[in-house]
Design a protein around this ligand. Structure first.
Ligand SMILES: Cc1cc2nc3c(=O)[nH]c(=O)nc-3n(C[C@H](O)[C@H](O)[C@H](O)COP(=O)(O)O)c2cc1C
Ligand code: SF4
Ligand code: SF4
Length: 262
């Protein structure tokens, strides 16, 4: 059983590929949470996988909420793993996730991070990768996924490939906490005059947090900060705070020629 969350496609690709080669069920955490479906039964020898992006050197709030409400029937310490996708580095994300599982008396056996194109754009100095870097990251990411798949088949344990980066503790426990408290919010979104009222931002919000009113998006304060609304806006009319003007947009869909190959 693989539980995943994804905004722009990177983690969805990893989860689906893993599910296909390992013959495992794949479940979207945001969709399940919205439908109130948080009880799952797992087989005696079934692995439990979690796949998600890194947000502010930690896990996305929606994944935290899902795990907090998750009930795993027949849980008997089955092999459990975390695969995160990130643009650069993960800090102590795996520790945070391990702690979350421990609070439920579950354990985390294995964790690995896979670098993929970056989607964070809201602060100065952060932008999407150019196309050639994005393509390189996707190719490399898929190669890393194949190696992760081998590690999972052998039920390897450990967290040596988490790409913590420099100052990992400081990033997760100081910067990350501030980031989650102040910048994971929909109160900073606004649209410019370029908005066509197409409603794509609302359709692609994984938490159904946006409604269209008078042909403009309205946010309802149940946001996980994923930026799907920003990245999917065809008119580039959606801004977050002061620093997204002129920044890039990313969707894995744009590079599907790379991901449909075996
Ligand atoms: C709100 C937010 C915060 C992010 N924080 C980090 C981070 O701390 N470290 C990092 O390497 N990438 C960070 N990223 C980039 C994503 O983790 C990365 O691009 C990921 O592969 C996106 O996955 P998805 O396409 O499945 O949504 C962040 C992205 C967003 C939207
Ligand atoms: S996707 Fe962009 S153009 Fe379409 S309604 Fe949303 S903000 Fe407006
Ligand atoms: S409102 Fe935008 S950033 Fe917030 S959860 Fe929905 S798509 Fe993600």
């Amino acid at each position: 059983m693989i539980f995943f969350f994804s905004s722009t496609g990177n983690s969805r690709l990893m989860a689906r590929r893993l599910g296909a080669c390992r013959g495992e069920r794949v479940t979207d955490m945001a969709e399940s949470l919205c439908k109130g479906r948080t009880t799952f039964s797992i087989g005696d020898n079934e692995h439990v996988g979690f796949v998600m992006p890194v947000y502010g050197w930690d896990i996305p709030p929606v994944a935290r909420r899902f795990v907090e409400t998750l009930t795993l029937e027949n849980y008997k310490e089955q092999y459990t793993y975390l695969i995160v996708t990130c643009g650069d580095d993960t800090g102590r994300t795996w520790c945070q996730f391990g702690r979350l599982l421990r609070r439920k008396h579950w354990h985390l056996d294995f964790g690995r991070a896979i670098i993929m194109p970056n989607t964070y754009v809201c602060l100065p100095g952060f932008d999407t990768d150019n196309d050639s870097l994005a393509q390189e990251k996707i190719r490399q990411g898929l190669a890393e996924l194949a190696s992760a798949e081998r590690q999972l088949s052998e039920e390897q344990t450990g967290f040596s490939m988490m790409h913590p980066g420099s100052h990992a503790w400081f990033k997760t426990y100081v910067l990350g906490r501030l980031f989650h408290r102040l910048l994971i919010t929909d109160r900073l979104f606004h649209v410019t005059g370029k908005c066509t009222g197409c409603g794509r931002c609302a359709k692609t919000c994984p938490l159904h947090n946006i409604s269209m009113e008078k042909a403009r998006p309205r946010w309802h304060h149940n946001c996980t900060g994923c930026l799907s609304c920003y990245h999917h806006c065809p008119a580039h009319a959606l801004r977050m705070g002061l620093f997204t003007k002129g920044k890039g947009r990313y969707c894995l869909e744009k590079f599907k020629n790379l991901t449909t190959q075996p």
